[in-house]
Design a protein around this ligand. Structure first.
Ligand code: COA
Length: 165
């Protein structure tokens, strides 16, 4: 088997919507890897609020400042998509102990499916540990300000979709 590239990583997620937490992981991963491919998942266990086009557009705006990042939609098994991109690394963010079980299950399943691909975890920055996409959607739906939780380029789209009245 051809060795997979450890200098190129994929960062997959639902990004429903993208948050400062995701942007923080992306910013740090761009300094660790030569190339980062952000994967907006079509197939997630969650019912998404934002369409795949909306999630892709927001993520493209967030990644625009980084010359070594590209954003793609993927609708395959994560490990198959990673291998197709010639990468040996999946990046995921970890916020709190509560993320651990889910992430461990996913990492172990992915390793069984494709032992050549490693999952690497980046600890969320302190100011991002309380942020989640679900929390942001709830705040927006109840008319609260989301500016402090999401990248500036995402605010209007989130408000247009979710703000009351
Ligand atoms: N800071 C803040 N929040 C963070 C964060 C960070 N660093 N990292 C994750 N989060 C939050 C997100 O906001 C999100 O919140 P929510 O639960 O309220 O929606 C949650 O943690 C995780 O979302 P996200 O990072 O978008 O990823 P995900 O768990 O939805 O992604 C996939 C799951 C897409 C990677 C997985 O379903 C997948 O691989 N699908 C493809 C099909 C496949 O291969 N399946 C088998 C996998 S074993």
């Amino acid at each position: 088997m051809m060795p997979l590239n450890a200098r190129r990583a994929v960062y997959p997620g639902s990004f429903d919507p993208v948050t400062n937490g995701h942007a923080d992981v992306i910013g740090r991963a761009t300094r660790m890897f030569d190339e980062l491919i952000v994967g907006v998942a079509v197939s997630t266990p969650k019912q998404t609020t934002f369409s795949v086009e909306e999630r892709l557009t927001l993520m493209q705006r967030v990644c625009a400042p980084y010359p070594n990042v590209r954003v793609e939609v993927f609708d395959k098994l994560l490990v198959d998509w990673a291998v197709r991109n010639g990468t040996g690394v999946i990046v995921r963010g970890l916020r709190a102990l509560s993320d651990f079980d889910y992430e461990l299950q996913m990492a172990l399943a992915n390793r069984k499916l494709q032992p050549e691909v490693e999952t690497v975890f980046l600890m969320a920055s302190e100011e991002c540990t309380c942020i989640s996409s679900t929390m942001i959607k709830q705040v927006a739906m109840l008319g609260g300000k989301v500016e402090q939780f999401v990248p500036a380029c995402a605010v209007a789209v989130i408000r247009a979709k979710l703000a009351p009245g």
